[in-house]
Design a protein around this ligand. Structure first.
Ligand code: ADP
Ligand code: MG
Length: 441
């Protein structure tokens, strides 16, 4: 993309209501624009990142055997009446009446709808287990939408729903998602810790929130320090027994403030007691027959007996992750994107637009990097060097190649690594090869 042709409306001033880094930088870097409280347009730069995050989430769900579909944002209140949730949900639900006076709602979640889809076609134990998911916009009329995409009213969520024959089988489905989540966040450069979460009236131990540590996080969390740097399991066979991998993690203390047990925590070695703030980037939950019983979602067992299916749901805050990644990775100059989610792989800064040699070398780099799939952003605007450098730092691409007359006299361009600040002077060809090899790694 040539910057002169792109749509990148940067802000010079930070809007007064933006108090945390991700909110400030997303507005300043032209990633999004607020349309009303907690409701945003995703501008081209932000939209690219959102799509990359979504794609990582999708690939990891698919690896674990979950199947993608798409349910509507607008739902009929009837299904929610069947489960009793239409009255129970409270003012967070946006209720709508259509022209025929039918009660509708903008979905805050989809358990009721997916259970209806399931019960209308699945009859036999032979079709289980199943895990169906979609990546769809949700609306929750939060009392205090704040921190930009962190707590929006409209937000993008991946929500998966598992169906199993028994509580034991449901645990296997749960474990698959538990492991998948760790892999998903690791691919985005995040260190997420699974923390024990409230199971409410369902009881049991199958509810975890996935938390990334950040000073600006909304939740207070407590965990064993070793969990933070424990590597994600990576490529594993999802049909194998995942319980040992799960146990390795849940045997160490980790809880959000609602579930915190100060006494148990105090028994950890002092240097392992980590109390911090965190951002909830995902939440997995086993809820048994909570929706399947009132909605009569049953299957026939091999013995010819009808049983109510056991369900779980698994959410990832896709749009919140855009902010979460920025909270985890930025400095005073702007965002520092991990390669896997960066909106463009590299920037090319032409310091002297109009100079034959600078233009020629920049164009060559642009074609070479484009052909290699790096998706470069070429700053071909006639601005001063200082403006170009700070703009590139703000939007946070992993690498920037500076092409200027001074370097070109020596036959070199300069690569800057945004994360480390390291600089390298290389010939234009070597510079392109270097960046291509960094992305291949
Ligand atoms: N208002 C919101 N804005 C952005 N993301 C949200 C919001 N509410 C929830 N999420 C994301 O969706 C995931 C699943 O939501 P869920 O656990 O059902 O919500 P909650 O924790 O509010 O009960 C959360 O872990 C979070 O990452
Ligand atoms: Mg939650």
């Amino acid at each position: 993309m040539r910057l002169s042709q792109y749509f990148l409306p940067l802000l010079k001033e930070t809007p007064a209501d933006a108090t945390i880094a991700s909110h400030k930088y997303m507005l300043r870097a032209g990633m999004m624009k607020q349309n009303s409280a907690g409701i945003y347009s995703w501008l081209p730069l932000g939209f690219k990142v959102l799509k990359k995050i979504e794609q990582i989430v999708r690939e990891e769900q698919n690896k674990a055997g979950a199947i993608e579909m798409l349910m509507p944002t607008i739902q009929s209140a009837d299904l929610w009446r069947e489960t009793g949730r239409y009255d129970a949900y409270g003012p967070e639900m946006l209720r709508i009446t259509d022209r025929h006076d039918r009660d509708m709602l903008y979905g805050p979640t989809n358990e009721d709808m997916i259970t209806d889809i399931f019960r209308s076609s699945v009859r036999s134990y032979k079709d289980l287990p199943k895990n169906l998911y979609h990546i769809q916009w949700k609306f929750r009329d939060e009392v205090r939408p704040r921190f930009g995409v962190m707590r929006g009213r409209e937000f993008l969520m991946k929500d998966a729903y598992s169906f199993d024959l028994s509580a034991e089988a449901a645990r296997i489905s749960y474990n698959k998602m538990f492991i998948t989540y760790l892999n998903t966040y690791a691919r985005m450069g995040l260190k997420a810790v699974a923390m024990k979460a409230d199971t409410g009236p369902i009881g049991g131990d199958l509810s975890h929130e996935f938390i990334i540590l950040a000073e600006t996080g909304e939740s207070e969390v407590f965990c064993h320090a070793d969990l933070v740097n424990m590597p994600a399991p990576g490529n594993i066979d999802f049909d194998s027994d995942l319980q040992p991998l799960v146990d390795e993690r849940i045997s160490l203390y980790a809880a959000t403030d609602e579930m915190h047990d100060a006494e148990a925590f105090s028994k950890l070695p002092k240097d392992k007691q980590l109390s911090a703030r965190g951002i909830e980037v995902g939440h997995i939950f086993y809820f048994g027959e909570k929706y399947s019983a009132p909605m009569n979602a049953k299957v026939m067992t091999s013995e010819g007996k009808e049983v109510i299916v056991h369900m779980g749901s698994y959410g990832v805050g896709v749009s919140r992750l855009v902010g979460g990644i920025i909270e985890a990775s930025h400095d005073e100059n702007g965002i520092i994107w991990p390669k896997s989610v960066a909106p463009f792989g590299a920037g090319i800064i032409n310091l002297k637009v109009g100079d034959d040699e600078a233009d020629r070398v920049s164009e060559e780099l642009y074609s070479k990097l484009s052909a290699a799939g790096i998706d470069p952003l070429y700053d071909d605007k006639p601005d001063r060097g200082g403006v170009k450098f700070s703009r590139m730092d703000l939007i946070g691409l992993p690498y920037a190649i500076t092409v200027g007359p001074r370097g070109l006299k020596e036959g070199v361009v300069e690569i800057k690594n945004r994360a480390t600040g390291d600089r390298l002077s290389l010939t234009p060809d070597a510079a392109a090869d270097f960046i291509i090899s960094e992305f291949a790694a």
